[in-house]
Design a protein around this ligand. Structure first.
Ligand SMILES: Cc1cc2nc3c(=O)[nH]c(=O)nc-3n(C[C@H](O)[C@H](O)[C@H](O)COP(=O)(O)OP(=O)(O)OC[C@H]3O[C@@H](n4cnc5c(N)ncnc54)[C@H](O)[C@@H]3O)c2cc1C
Length: 389
């Protein structure tokens, strides 16, 4: 167990969070404003004032930096609760892409970068995005296909390239741009106000809401100073792996919470609706979907917890985080799909939050590594390292 505080104190914190989610955050949800990033951000900022009064702060940030300083294991409980509402993670300062960007910059940022980017980002004064994926023929699943270049000049670097599906880009104040320099793949901090940086469009997706959109970006003769380089030149792929492993785990935690809520809504529906002379909840095929959802989420929680504990112990999680990501992303999608099925026609409407939850969860089987890419990597390691299943 990696608890940062006595169990009773931690239980009280989670009980407070659950109460806040049930009595304040979930009742504030308005599925109509869920499509409007500006409205979500405004609402989340207002809710954050109340959260802070209750001692509910950025879970992973150090206490000395104004956070709760929770371990990865403790975050499993915190983020599952926060994840039950689409407003929760933004309100509670644990939404992507900000949270993984903060975690990465805490490890890699220079003192100048800390002051200029990390501190205001962690306070919620500015927003970030992480720009790695490129349109064909650039990098998607295969990062070795990266085409964006960073060329060294007398006064810093000039970056050229195209990025897309960059979460948060539309409302971000700066981007962490992944580009190829002489020494290999490297990270650079680029202000949105840089004349060489342009968000070409917000790509419409099936996701019902995203506080910052999914931007397509053009970097054209984008000049940055020498201080824009993050960490060591040429180590960008290692940095990305570091960022991604934590980001992936946080997504598992949040989406377990959201799919669990979907099944609760479906169970309530089944308990109150009759068909063929009995309650839906009495039909064995409905019971089977409910039972399978409970079994899947139980396994998903345990896998996520195990990876979190390994991270707390400083162990490598490369193999386990791949396995957990595939399992959890597929499990939460199946649970949300069953929830829609159980609720019948209202399930696909926006009278209930179910169809929205399903649309939020579907892309998780693609981002942070598509299921097929993880399966290929798991099998490769199994053969090359002769791992037992
Ligand atoms: C909602 C959302 C948010 C995103 N946010 C960001 C972001 O903030 N920043 C960012 O940089 N990127 C982001 N992305 C992009 C994401 O990282 C990529 O979509 C992902 O890496 C896959 O790349 P691709 O879409 O180019 O798919 P491709 O690489 O073209 O692959 C397409 C499909 O082919 C299959 N496939 C690929 N390789 C293999 C293989 N080796 N074996 C078997 N099958 C394979 C998989 O089914 C895969 O889904 C986001 C994507 C989505 C959907």
């Amino acid at each position: 167990m990696s608890l940062t505080r006595p169990p009773a104190e931690f239980s009280a914190l989670i009980a407070e969070l659950r109460n806040f989610m049930d009595t304040v955050v979930i009742p504030s949800e308005d599925l109509k404003t869920a499509h409007d990033g500006d409205a979500i951000n405004k609402q989340a900022s207002e809710l954050r004032v109340e959260a802070l009064k209750r001692g509910l702060r950025a879970p992973r940030r150090a206490v000395s930096d104004g956070g709760l300083g929770l371990s990865w294991e403790e975050c499993c409980f915190f983020l599952e609760e926060a994840g039950r509402s689409f407003l929760g993670p933004t309100t509670l300062q644990c939404a992507a892409p900000g949270q993984p960007d903060i975690a990465a910059l805490e490890k890699l940022a220079s003192p100048w970068q800390r002051e200029r980017y990390l501190e205001p980002l962690a306070r919620g004064d500015i927003r970030s995005c992480f720009a790695m994926t490129e349109p064909a023929p650039g990098a998607g699943s295969d990062p070795r296909m990266l085409k964006t270049t960073a060329t060294r000049t007398d006064s810093g670097w000039v970056i050229n390239g195209d990025k897309w599906f960059i979460s948060g880009a539309v409302r971000a104040d700066f981007a962490i741009v992944v580009a190829r320099s002489d020494a290999g793949v490297s990270w650079f901090l680029v202000d949105k106000s840089n004349p060489g940086f342009r968000v070409v469009r917000d790509i419409p997706t099936m996701e019902p809401f995203d506080a910052g959109g999914h931007g397509e970006i053009r970097l054209e003769n984008c000049k940055v100073g020498p201080q824009a380089l993050v960490g060591e030149e040429g180590k960008g792929l290692e940095h990305a792996q570091l960022r991604l492993e934590g980001a992936r785990l946080f997504h598992c935690m949040r989406w377990i919470g959201l799919s669990s809520r979907a099944m609760s809504v479906a169970q309530d529906y089944a308990a109150g609706r009759d068909s063929f002379g009995t309650r839906l909840s009495e039909h064995q095929m409905v019971q089977s979907m409910v039972a399978d959802a409970h079994i899947s989420l139980y396994a998903a929680r345990l896998m996520t917890l195990d990876v979190a504990r390994k991270l707390d112990r400083g162990e490598s999680i490369r193999h386990e985080s791949s396995m957990a990501k595939v399992f959890v992303s597929e499990a939460v999608n199946k649970v949300a799909d069953s929830a829609v099925q159980i609720a019948g026609a209202p399930g696909i409407s926006e009278d209930l939050p179910l169809s929205m939850i399903l649309r939020m969860l579907r892309p998780f089987r693609i981002y942070d590594g598509a299921s097929e890419v993880h399966r290929a990597a798991i099998a490769r390691r199994a053969f090359s390292k002769r791992l037992s299943a």
